[in-house]
Design a protein around this ligand. Structure first.
Ligand SMILES: NC(=O)c1ccc[n+]([C@@H]2O[C@H](COP(=O)([O-])OP(=O)(O)OC[C@H]3O[C@@H](n4cnc5c(N)ncnc54)[C@H](OP(=O)(O)O)[C@@H]3O)[C@@H](O)[C@H]2O)c1
Length: 494
């Protein structure tokens, strides 16, 4: 099955980089193993170094060996490796892109539909597009030309607009594929389907029944060896601005007019633009940040963020939580708490929905929760009250817990899905510029206010739960951070 993909050449800039090694080449190879690549797909790596083809193919083999430790089908490997070529593009050569054009003009080798994947530094996105355009390599006539822009698309609204202005000198919106790799995850794509293919969910998915929504991404890992990158980015920009706001959009959007890329993206844009701006004059009620200090993870002592960074004055957050409201009839008055953290006590990404108080209150019962697990476990859980059998009238919480992923299901990496979508010309799982802009517009004032506030940042010990002080953003006293712990355990932060 090849999904009606046109013959095409994938031109991969930054092919020797981390993303290409860990995700893109293994992902393309997996697609080949699954029989999803068209017979005439070619992959042209473009890099600054001069590397001969045999050495390059040996390097690709080392990427696959590192990923597929149990081995792989040698016949598919032969087919895959024969698709691969290398073109040196030294930055000092003023004629480099003309030479790339000459390489690609070998129509016997390279199909002329061209998808450029810019897995390069963000500062290079616009210059690469311009250089391609200058030699006519972005022009669509008989053949399509598509450009994938990796994350991040800008570092704030002005830089996103500047990047957009630079690339739209040469590209139409339909040619631009902006990555948010969360959108390639099956668990994210399932939110829309699970919401709207089930009659029981839609009638209660609104402010009449829902008390509040939490969208959470927590990790036990620290920043590792990415301290410099992290300190220039922070948790808010790294996770909330992108992946978590996209998860919120899928959770809160209206039913799209259809499942076409335009239909889905229009509905997401609409809800993202309906999020109320965060009031910076009372930021402390809407946004909370913190940094992990030294602590213990899985019984092992780990250093704090400032020690790892070697800069005691940094105010960059490793924990960020926001309270958001969506100004539309469905969600008026319902807080959405979104948060991300490194070095918390558990690693989990999920949507937790708490329903309003039931009409009958028997004992000090909790309200109903619906939880959609994204990772590590893809699941849907509903917590409801049930009578404890016996002589007394008492209830307890029971849990309906279903896996959204079965052991026998295909496990497809997000990049595999996105690469396939790219070749198919389906950009529904890529960001529209209006989404990227709405997301920056929302977080920019918080990023700016936090950067200007040089007071020491609240600390939480590595391996702990949410800092107590983070509760300041809750609308009501009975709200609390929801954890993933199974029923019967202590699932609350208090
Ligand atoms: N790695 C991830 O998991 C990840 C996650 C999210 C987003 N991204 C995004 O994906 C893109 C690639 O990330 P990456 O981690 O693969 O980056 P990387 O390993 O640092 O570099 C990618 C490629 O860029 C080229 N490059 C590096 N330094 C350069 C320099 N000083 N001047 C010119 N070219 C240079 C190199 O290609 P050649 O030497 O072959 O020319 C390198 O292979 C970035 O935009 C990043 O933000 C990556």
């Amino acid at each position: 099955m090849t999904n009606n993909i046109d013959p095409c050449t994938l031109v991969l800039f930054g092919a020797s980089g981390n993303l290409a090694r860990v995700k893109l080449y293994p992902g393309l190879f997996r697609l080949d193993l699954l029989g999803r690549l068209p017979a005439d797909l070619k992959i042209l790596a473009v890099g600054r170094q001069v590397v001969d083809l045999d050495a390059w193919r040996a390097d690709i083999k080392s990427m696959l060996d590192a990923k597929f430790k149990k081995g792989y089908d040698p016949q598919v490997f032969e087919r895959f490796i024969a698709r691969n070529f290398y073109h040196a593009n030294p930055p000092t050569d003023p004629d480099a892109f003309n030479k790339l054009k000459a390489t690609l003009s070998d129509t016997q080798t390279f199909p002329q539909n061209l998808a450029y994947f810019l897995s390069v530094r963000p500062v290079d996105f616009a210059p690469v597009v311009e250089s391609l355009a200058n030699v006519g390599l972005t022009q669509e006539d008989k053949y399509w030309r598509r450009v994938v822009i990796e994350k991040p698309f800008g570092t704030d609204l002005p830089s996103a607009k500047a990047l957009q202005a630079a690339i739209t000198k040469h590209l139409k919106e339909s040619q631009i594929y902006r990555i948010d790799h969360y959108l390639g995850k099956s668990a994210l794509q399932n939110i829309l389907l699970q919401r709207f293919t089930n009659t029981v969910l839609e009638p209660i998915w609104n402010n009449q029944y829902i008390d509040h929504v939490q969208i959470t991404n927590t990790e036990m890992l620290g920043v590792g060896d990415r301290t410099q990158f992290y300190d220039s980015t922070g948790a808010l920009r790294d996770m909330l601005q992108s992946h978590i706001l996209q998860t919120l959009a899928l959770t809160a959007m209206e039913l799209p007019k259809d499942l076409s890329p335009e239909g889905v993206r229009d509905a997401k844009i609409k809800v993202l633009e309906q999020i109320r701006p965060i009031p910076v004059n009372e930021l402390e009620k809407h946004a909370f940040r913190a940094q992990y200090s030294a602590g213990e993870i899985n019984g092992e002592k780990v250093p704090g963020y400032l020690e790892e960074l070697g800069n005691p004055d940094s105010v960059v957050e490793t924990y960020a939580a926001l309270k958001l409201f969506i100004d539309n009839p469905r969600w008026q008055g319902v807080p959405f708490y979104i948060r991300t953290a490194k070095r918390l006590h558990e690693a989990d990404t999920r949507i937790s929905i708490r329903f309003k108080k039931a009409p009958l209150q028997i004992n000090d019962q909790d309200q109903n929760w619906l939880i959609i697990g994204i990772q590590p476990r893809e699941c849907i859980k509903l917590e409801i009250q049930s009578k404890i059998p016996g002589l007394d009238v008492q209830t307890r919480t029971i849990q309906l817990d279903a896996a959204n992923r079965l052991d026998s299901d295909d496990s497809v990496d997000a990049y595999e899905a996105l690469l396939l979508n790219l070749m198919q010309g389906d950009n529904s799982n890529y960001l529209h510029i209006s989404e990227a802009e709405a997301q920056w517009r929302l977080v920019d004032p918080v990023v700016k206010a936090w950067a200007e506030d040089k007071r020491p940042v609240h600390q939480y010990p590595a391996g702990s739960r949410d800092p107590e002080a983070s509760k300041v953003i809750f609308e009501h006293q009975d709200q609390f951070w929801r954890y993933s712990i199974a029923l019967g355990g202590d699932k609350y932060s208090h």
